[in-house]
Design a protein around this ligand. Structure first.
Ligand SMILES: CC(C)(COP(=O)(O)OP(=O)(O)OC[C@H]1O[C@@H](n2cnc3c(N)ncnc32)[C@H](O)[C@@H]1OP(=O)(O)O)[C@@H](O)C(=O)NCCC(=O)NCCS
Length: 184
């Protein structure tokens, strides 16, 4: 059942499970400091990354209370070019997404399309009523992406990230059936 949900094609890319053969590609972009600047993860050793890819390959999609990492792959080569973390709340009503795309793949709408596809998958495969995207207010590419997908600004909140105070912007996308008449 789980494996029927992926892969999912979205024209210029593919959502798929990550695999240990993605190790070199995964490490190449995850090692870049600028990509992790506003992210909850830190670069991993090769051994840690291999374990992570194995774990994420096996973890059932959309388990309550768990983050699962889904791969973004190039449509033609199937090379891993990014990943999307998806969290499902303990009560199953809410999800959160976080996304990363290798610099060489950026600037073509691939991450936007991948997040849009992930949100559609979440609404189709789970009972969540809303998906959140939480981003540092300085992370303009991330904010632009969320707004392109249709997320709307919900609130700003103070946070401490890696010991530094920062402001996070919380974006939300409601299931279509729960959007009011003034929502698009
Ligand atoms: C956030 C991140 C994935 C956005 O990458 P991105 O390349 O800007 O996003 P996309 O792949 O959707 O491409 C969109 C860009 O391509 C442009 N573009 C070109 N063709 C496009 C198309 N057909 N469709 C949509 N956008 C297109 C858009 O205008 C946009 O550029 P702009 O924001 O300067 O206007 C990337 O910056 C990243 O990995 N950052 C580090 C990780 C991070 O901080 N993640 C967020 C944590 S919540």
């Amino acid at each position: 059942m789980q494996d029927r949900l992926l892969p999912r094609e979205f024209g210029i890319g593919r959502l798929r499970r990550v695999h240990r053969t993605d190790l070199a590609a995964f490490q190449a972009y995850r090692a870049l400091a600028e990509l992790g600047r506003f992210q909850g993860w830190l670069p991993m050793s090769f051994a840690e990354a291999l374990q992570f890819l194995d774990d994420m390959h096996r973890l059932p999609l959309f388990t309550r209370g768990e983050w699962v990492q889904i791969g973004i792959a190039d449509a033609e080569s199937d090379l891993l070019i990014g990943d999307i973390g998806v969290y499902l709340s303990e009560d199953g009503t809410c999800s959160e997404v976080g996304f990363t795309l290798a610099p060489a793949a950026q600037g073509r709408g691939i991450a936007t399309a991948a997040v849009r596809e992930t949100v559609q998958l979440l609404f189709a495969a789970t009972g969540v009523s809303r998906v959140l995207g939480i981003t540092d207010q300085r992370n303009l590419p991330s904010i632009r992406l969320l707004e392109r997908v249709g997320f709307t600004f919900k609130e700003r909140r103070s946070a401490v990230f890696r010991g530094e105070p920062c402001i996070e912007w919380v974006y939300e996308l409601l299931r279509a059936s729960q959007r009011g008449p003034d929502c698009t």
